[in-house]
Design a protein around this ligand. Structure first.
Ligand code: MEV
Length: 438
């Protein structure tokens, strides 16, 4: 126990598993059996998954669910969601159905600009570097031609290149700030390759620039990397209806409901502690579609939360109002997504998810993902401001408890009947299981 290992990556898969099993488990055979239980029987499919990442020993399942009846810009979608949390898919489906009867969701992509930067140090005269940039700008862009050709044929490529002087924030620090259009791909590899080429050309051209002295010629490239903050890669989604149309079984007084919901959103706008949880609910919807469609949810998370803080204070992503008897609920979020490249053509379930969505373009996927986030937010706020979140949550969570205690069908029936009329809590369910087993 507690041993370092050298050359772990060089071990075969079998050797890695054995090392882990012997090192960390009292019963290594059982550990090996559990690890292998999650392998796919199809060796070729298993190898595909093994090679998505490194040092793979097994597959980690997450449930893939479907939230149907999403009416977006007049078209129905069944939305695939990959998420482990109970009640999220049910909430999305409820919300989708609710809004499909009230005109559906409207979604508009406001921009698709991606950003990348070459961060470098220039120790010298600032006017000279500005002048140098003017002289070499076209050469810098042209040096990426062999990389951008394909993308340009698809209507994308580098859309702008600027020199940014950041020396007031950090000594000698400058940037090449580039914007990109990457069409249906998320474009991370494309952007990073372009940036590395720009950095190389920048250094070469700097070294040959006659007006620079010897110190100025030595441009120090620190790093070249895309930014996951994409405030101009934005989609706006919204729902609206007359306040009285909000009425349904659980919303007897729609005016009171609408006012409370607007108030709940205002609280999330001004109070960061609430905003984080409010936005977490939105990300329940966003991340689960991002995962199902093989996109990078860490990139999306980082970018969305930066956007939520863009005015210097973390705030709600969504907004709501009542005006002239109309209730409106909307949000704008940055989503850099792809429907080609990456996992999209490799992972069989990702391919299926995209097929279920009708093989969307990246723009269409931005709309679906953002709508799922807004639907999730509406469902959470509706529960929070009416019954409280635990009622629905515990109804769904009860299945996890039943699985944990390996209840049989007869016990499940008894438990479900009992908790139709009694308050569900983890301890109450466990106590009831114990009681019926006595
Ligand atoms: C739980 O995963 C998400 C919520 O906490 C979101 C919210 O509070 O708005 C229910």
């Amino acid at each position: 126990m507690n041993n370092a290992v050298s050359g772990f990556s060089k071990l075969t898969k079998e050797e890695k598993i054995n090392w882990i099993a012997n090192e960390y488990f009292a019963n290594p055979e059982e550990a090996v059996a559990t690890i292998k239980q999650y392998w796919n029987n199809d060796a070729k499919l298993q190898q595909l998954h093994d090679e998505f990442t490194e040092n793979t020993i097994s597959n980690f399942y997450l449930p893939m669910g479907i939230a149907p009846n999403f009416l977006i810009n007049g078209k129905y979608y069944s939305v695939p969601m990959v998420i482990e949390e109970s009640s999220v898919v049910a909430a999305a489906a409820n919300s989708a159905k609710f809004w499909s009867k009230r005109g559906g969701f409207k979604a508009t992509v406001l921009g698709t600009e991606k950003i990348g930067q070459v961060h470098f140090l220039f120790k010298g005269n600032h006017d000279k570097i500005e002048q140098f940039f003017k002289v070499v700008k076209e050469k810098l862009i042209a040096s990426t031609d062999s990389l951008t050709g394909n993308m340009q044929r698809r209507g994308g490529g580098i859309t702008s290149l600027e020199l940014r002087n950041k020396t007031s924030e950090l000594h000698d620090y400058f940037q090449l700030h580039a914007t990109f259009e990457t069409k249906d791909s998320m474009g991370a590899n494309f952007i990073n390759s372009c940036l590395e080429q720009l950095a190389k050309t920048l250094k070469e051209e700097g070294g040959n620039y006659a007006d620079f002295d010897e110190v100025e010629k030595d441009i120090i490239v620190v790093m070249s990397i895309l930014s996951n903050y994409v405030p101009n890669c934005i989609v706006r989604v919204e729902v609206s209806c007359k306040v009285e149309e909000l009425a349904e079984k659980k919303i007897e007084n729609p005016q009171e409901f609408a006012e409370k919901l607007v108030q709940a959103v205002r609280i999330a706008e001004v109070e960061p502690f609430r905003a984080v949880t409010h936005n977490k609910g939105i990300m329940n919807g966003v991340d689960s579609v991002v995962l199902a469609t093989g996109n990078d949810f860490r990139a999306i998370e980082a970018g969305v939360h930066a956007y939520a803080s863009r005015f210097g204070k973390y705030s709600s992503l969504s907004h709501a109002k009542i005006e002239n008897g109309m209730f409106s609920f909307w949000m704008e979020i940055p989503l850099a997504l792809g429907t080609v490249g990456g996992l999209t053509s490799l992972h069989p379930l990702v391919k299926m998810a995209l097929e279920i969505l009708g093989k969307p373009s990246a723009k269409e996927l931005m709309q679906v993902v953002a709508v799922t986030g807004l639907a999730q937010n509406f469902a959470a706020l509706r529960s929070l401001t009416t019954t409280g979140i635990q009622e629905g949550h515990m109804k769904m969570h009860i299945n996890n408890i039943l699985n944990q205690y390996e209840t049989n069908p007869e016990e499940r029936k008894l438990i479900k009947t009992h908790f139709e009329t009694n308050t569900i809590s983890h301890s109450a369910v466990v106590a009831f299981i114990k009681k019926i087993r006595e």
